[in-house]
Ligand binder design. Structure first.
Ligand SMILES: *[C@@H]1O[C@H](CO)[C@@H](O)[C@H](O)[C@H]1NC(C)=O
Ligand SMILES: *[C@@H]1O[C@H](CO)[C@@H](O)[C@H](O)[C@H]1NC(C)=O
Ligand SMILES: *[C@@H]1O[C@H](CO)[C@@H](O)[C@H](O)[C@H]1NC(C)=O
Ligand SMILES: *[C@@H]1O[C@H](CO)[C@@H](O)[C@H](O)[C@H]1NC(C)=O
Ligand SMILES: *[C@@H]1O[C@H](CO)[C@@H](O)[C@H](O)[C@H]1NC(C)=O
Ligand SMILES: *[C@@H]1O[C@H](CO)[C@@H](O)[C@H](O)[C@H]1NC(C)=O
Ligand SMILES: [Cu+2]
Length: 172
């Protein structure tokens, strides 16, 4: 579902930039070699599609906690881009708080089933304290994040999981 949407978005962006080339060329003939129009036009696109990489706190003010819908959060806060930084924040365990952690699951099936057997730990239960820890989306690949606590219970019942595939930013 999610990756399908991302591919659709990429197609729309390609289609829109091709449309943009056609528009710019048409204006060039009309304005007798005034390149300013085109520069402004590309400048407009540049601002919209190639901003600096972002730093995004997972869950926003909710941070990384049991019972918040992170799939919904990822849909509303995406798309994510290569070199964007995710920040995971969660309370370190004590007598009153439950521990959390962050794992990367290897594929869609383990993500769907909250199967942690081949998962890679990227955040210890203590790693989310204070300002939390950062994880940079360096590769063009699907990422499957999940909390690893209680053998998949937080991931499954607690909705502490989300998937994303970072897009390329466009530079002209
Ligand atoms: C083309 O020129 C018209 C008239 O000058 C202007 O309103 C329009 O924004 C221009 N379009 C582009 C793509 O530069
Ligand atoms: C393009 O814009 C600059 C500054 O806005 C102006 O000095 C220049 O004359 C413009 N060029 C054309 C071909 O209109
Ligand atoms: C570009 O960004 C501006 C301001 O954020 C927005 O109003 C405009 O709709 C955007 N254009 C496109 C084509 O996304
Ligand atoms: C979480 O949000 C997604 C997307 O909005 C929705 O499809 C899903 O049903 C929600 N999950 C739960 C358990 O409510
Ligand atoms: C991401 O950052 C690295 C190191 O700063 C850089 O080499 C790479 O080109 C960047 N990738 C993208 C897609 O911006
Ligand atoms: C446990 O951690 C929470 C959140 O960091 C804090 O508000 C609470 O006072 C702590 N409780 C104890 C008993 O240390
Ligand atoms: Cu958890």
């Amino acid at each position: 579902m999610k990756s399908g949407g991302v591919i659709c978005l990429a197609v729309v962006i390609v289609a829109m930039s091709m449309f943009g080339i056609a528009m710019a060329n048409r204006n060039l003939t009309g304005t007798a070699g005034n390149w300013n129009h085109t520069e402004n036009y590309w400048g407009y696109w540049y601002k919209n599609v190639s901003q600096d990489s972002k730093r995004i706190v997972v869950g926003g003010s909710e941070n990384w906690r049991f019972g918040f819908n992170y799939t919904d959060w990822a849909i509303k806060n995406g798309p994510f881009y290569l070199n964007d930084t995710l920040v995971f924040r969660y309370d370190p365990p004590n007598d009153t708080t439950f521990p959390h952690s962050v794992y990367l699951l290897p594929n869609f099936w383990s993500f769907r089933n909250c199967d942690l057997r081949r998962a890679k730990k990227i955040g210890e239960v203590t790693a989310g304290a204070g300002e939390g820890f950062e994880y940079v989306l360096k590769r063009w690949q699907p990422y499957y994040f999940a909390c690893g606590e209680r053998n998949g219970f937080h991931c499954n019942v607690g909705m502490m999981k989300f998937a994303l595939w970072p897009l390329f930013r466009w530079h002209y």
